[in-house]
Design a protein around this ligand. Structure first.
Ligand SMILES: Cc1ncc(COP(=O)(O)O)c(C=O)c1O
Length: 412
């Protein structure tokens, strides 16, 4: 009997311990963790730099309130802006991805009030894309263009328009006088590991400039080194300069912390900075950016930078792609994604599935039984999101488990 609300259809697996890219269950069995908290445990489980930062900060100052300044928050903001966003701006700290996206959506609303349409009405509509995932709060859920996420929760927060991903014509046609922003994951994670094309990102950039729209990037799953660059968009179209960015997941390496960024670019002839629109009193969070969370996130970002984890990410991606290609598998028909946000398209016809089973979840369960934790992205895509510091030997071990499992499930 569990007293938890049954919101998660979780696997019957009780995890008790983690180290690096490995987890242990309550029977002592170990697993290679290529789920990593769904792209969250970016530097592996219980990394000494992270546990040391958390324990030192916990015994110094855990929380005080955003009524006061803390050095940890200032330093994390500086690192995020200077080293990761790459363009001058300011950040706000929240506790989860959905919350960071809500903040980003509020900033867009505020921008629409600051820069109304030609009738003087505040612009408030945001365009998002089919199969996107932005979170489960009322704002981020409305931004999410997936019917199954909305079911039973209507009426949704108004002001979102959904258009097909990678379709510039449809996007162009959806823009109207009330549009204030375009919001997207450069690589859709939950929606099936779908990568925006360089032309699509370039086209969005042009449309945003033409129509005075905010370019809003959700980097929650694909950001902070996951794709082998500091942000997902940089592995596709590095010239892009987003107006606003949300980060979460990998930021804390498992500690709850999130952020959204607003650029300092001028939004009018007087030189008003975009970041200035979120003035004192416009937004807040009791826990957001407390010293403990900021010390944890700072340790993660320093580890990503100083250990050059982006280089490892790219090497491990190449290792995975070339090994899977050498199998000439009829079950894995395609590898989508960038870096260590990879989606294997599973051909259900080639698998000996039990009646009614969905291919990706079915394969995940089989891999789990063989000691490899992975996660589906939709019904047809198996997703790998190992820690960014996963070793060559660990990747080789995971590939071996994948190959053996596929062979055992294949139709003969
Ligand atoms: C791209 C993206 N945005 C937002 C979220 C929501 O983040 P959180 O679960 O921390 O609220 C997720 C979570 O999977 C995500 O992948």
């Amino acid at each position: 009997m569990s007293y938890l609300l049954p919101t998660y259809a979780n696997f019957p697996l009780t995890i008790v311990r983690g180290e690096g890219a490995r987890l242990w269950d309550n029977t002592g069995k170990s697993y290679l963790d290529f789920c990593a908290g769904i792209a969250t445990c970016s530097i592996g489980h219980c990394h000494p730099r992270l546990t040391e930062a958390i324990s030192t900060q916990a015994s110094t100052l855990m929380h005080c309130s955003n009524l006061y300044i803390t050095e940890q928050q200032q330093e994390l903001a500086r690192t995020l802006v200077e080293d990761f966003a790459g363009t001058r701006g300011k950040v706000f700290f929240a506790n989860s991805g959905a919350e960071a996206n809500d903040g980003m959506i509020k900033a867009a609303r505020r921008f629409g009030h600051t820069r109304p349409n030609k009738n003087g009405d505040a612009r408030h509509e945001i365009i998002t894309f089919n199969n996107s995932f932005h979170g489960r709060t009322l704002g981020s859920m409305a931004a999410t263009a997936q019917k199954k996420i909305h079911e039973g929760f209507t009426p949704l927060l108004p002001g979102f328009h959904y258009v097909p991903f990678n379709d510039l014509d449809a996007l162009n046609a959806a823009i109207n006088e009330n549009t204030v922003g375009i919001m997207l994951e450069p690589i859709q994670g939950e929606g099936g590991v779908n990568v925006a094309s360089p032309d699509f990102l370039k086209g969005i950039d042009t449309l945003c400039k033409q129509h005075d729209l905010l370019l809003m990037l959700d980097e929650i799953q694909c950001g902070l080194g996951r794709t082998g660059t500091h942000n997902g968009w940089q592995s596709i179209y590095p010239e892009l300069q987003p107006d606003t960015i949300s980060w979460a997941k990998g930021l804390g390496g498992g500690f709850p912390v999130a952020s959204f960024y607003l650029s300092d670019r001028a939004i009018d002839d007087a030189g008003t900075e975009l970041s200035s629109i979120m003035s004192a009193g416009t937004h807040g969070s009791t826990y957001g950016g407390n010293p403990l969370a900021c010390a944890a996130a700072l340790a993660v970002l320093i580890e990503i930078k100083t250990s050059d984890l982006c280089t490892n990410v790219i090497a491990r991606e190449q290792q995975i792609r070339s090994e899977v290609k050498s199998w000439a598998s009829t079950v894995i028909t395609q590898i989508k994604g960038k870096g260590l946000l990879l989606g294997f398209t599973v051909n259900a016809d080639e698998l000996n599935l039990t009646e009614g089973a969905l291919p990706a979840p079915y394969l995940c369960k089989a891999l789990m039984a063989n000691g490899l934790l992975t996660v589906p992205a939709g019904t047809e895509t198996l997703r790998w999101l190992p820690p960014l510091n996963v070793t060559e030997a660990e990747v080789a071990e995971a590939l071996e488990i994948l190959k053996t499992t596929l062979d055992s499930l294949k139709n003969h």
